[in-house]
Design a protein around this ligand. Structure first.
Ligand code: KG4
Ligand code: ZN
Length: 337
């Protein structure tokens, strides 16, 4: 089957073509316009999706050497995300499905980040067995998900406030780094000492997370230091980034280790934009060695928002017998699981 995936939940317009679960193309058009504002501006995002959607889908088909008449399934992101952005992708997907008379499958964006593990290409072919635990960490969500034998997903723990990606982005903003801050902190941290500074870690029961206290801790710490030396951030940038990154990774890993020990599920995966983080990947591999887990990280190209993950999620739902009606409306917040 040739599957077209469409992703427009936030600020990346993406289209991908798969042959079953094998990636033939995965085109992503980012939106530079938001950099000026230090964050995603919803109205500008939906306008940019409108401009990008046709050329991006066209490029994905051309790169895959597949014509639209060869498509046998269209998968799109229904939610969660920004309403205006979701509407562009969902309207386009519905119109194309109707015009070509091919089935349509709607996909949940957060589930798709996890389904990215089932994509196959020349560099990614190791798939987790079922059941597995997945730490899904993105700009909007942070959760430990249990993926069952039938691919159904249950949230074991989640953030009660900010997501891990937000913690990276907000810390970067406080330091005056460009948006999105996560990759920037990762890059600058390479040269820094992760033990240079200590920040408050949350004390939250169970498998849930909290990151808002960390943001406040960084804010107050820097405010005090800047009073004494106004070039404190400039002088300590690498150490600050390395220390913030270590704190976020420690917080993420502690609960994950607890969840694996308690559930006895030793197949452990990462997913979502923050799973591109080099320190988090390293920490997962180290925990895997120490705790005797099988660990899985998606290729970097499938960690941040992309349509290949939407297409594979749609493909697997389709194989399980699922079809979407044209009446479905997008949702902006995560559906309860
Ligand atoms: O999954 P994603 O692309 O979009 C959402 O669904 O939210 O995740 C975006 C988030 C942003 O917060 C970004 O700063 C973060 O992923 N991110 C990273 C890295 N690459 C992306 N955070 C830390 N280190 C990275 N290398
Ligand atoms: Zn995402």
């Amino acid at each position: 089957m040739y599957i077209l995936g469409i992703e427009t939940s936030c600020d990346d317009t993406s289209a991908a073509v798969l042959h079953d679960n094998r990636v033939l193309s995965n085109v992503i058009a980012g939106q530079e316009v938001h950099r000026l504002y230090g964050g995603v501006v919803p109205e500008l995002a939906s306008r940019a999706h409108q401009q990008h959607i046709v050329p991006v889908v066209d490029a994905a088909l051309k790169q895959a050497k597949v014509t639209k008449n060869q498509l046998s399934l269209i998968a799109y992101t229904r939610g969660p995300g920004l309403l205006g952005s979701l509407l562009v992708g969902s309207a386009f997907a519905k119109a194309l499905s109707l015009g070509l008379d091919v089935p349509l499958v709607d996909v949940d964006h957060m589930e798709a980040h996890i389904f990215a593990h089932f994509l196959v290409d020349e560099l990614q072919n190791k798939q987790p067995g079922l059941p597995f635990l997945c730490l899904t960490v993105s700009g909007g969500h942070t959760q430990i998900v249990r993926v069952e034998k039938d691919h159904s997903m249950h949230i074991v723990g989640r953030t009660i406030d900010d997501a891990a990606g937000e913690a990276f982005d907000k810390a970067a903003k406080i330091m005056g780094l460009p948006y999105p801050g996560g990759p920037e902190i990762d890059r600058l941290a390479q040269e820094g000492n992760p033990g240079a500074f200590q920040f408050a870690e949350p004390r939250i029961p169970g498998y849930d997370y909290s990151f808002s206290g960390l943001k406040t801790s960084i804010l107050y710490f820097l405010r005090d230091q800047l009073k004494a030396d106004e070039s404190f951030i400039e002088k300590n940038k690498a150490d600050l980034c390395a220390s913030i990154q270590r704190t976020i990774v420690d917080i993420l890993m502690k609960k994950l280790i607890m969840a694996v020990r308690d559930t006895g599920i030793r197949q452990v995966a990462l997913a979502g934009g923050v799973s591109a983080n080099s320190a988090l990947r390293k920490a997962l591999f180290e925990a895997g060695e120490k705790e005797d887990w099988d660990v899985f990280v998606p290729r970097i190209a499938y960690t941040t928002d992309n349509a290949a993950m939407i297409a594979v999620a749609g493909y697997m739902k389709y194989l399980a017998g699922y079809r979407s009606s044209l009446e479905l409306a997008p949702y902006t917040r995560q559906q309860a699981t």
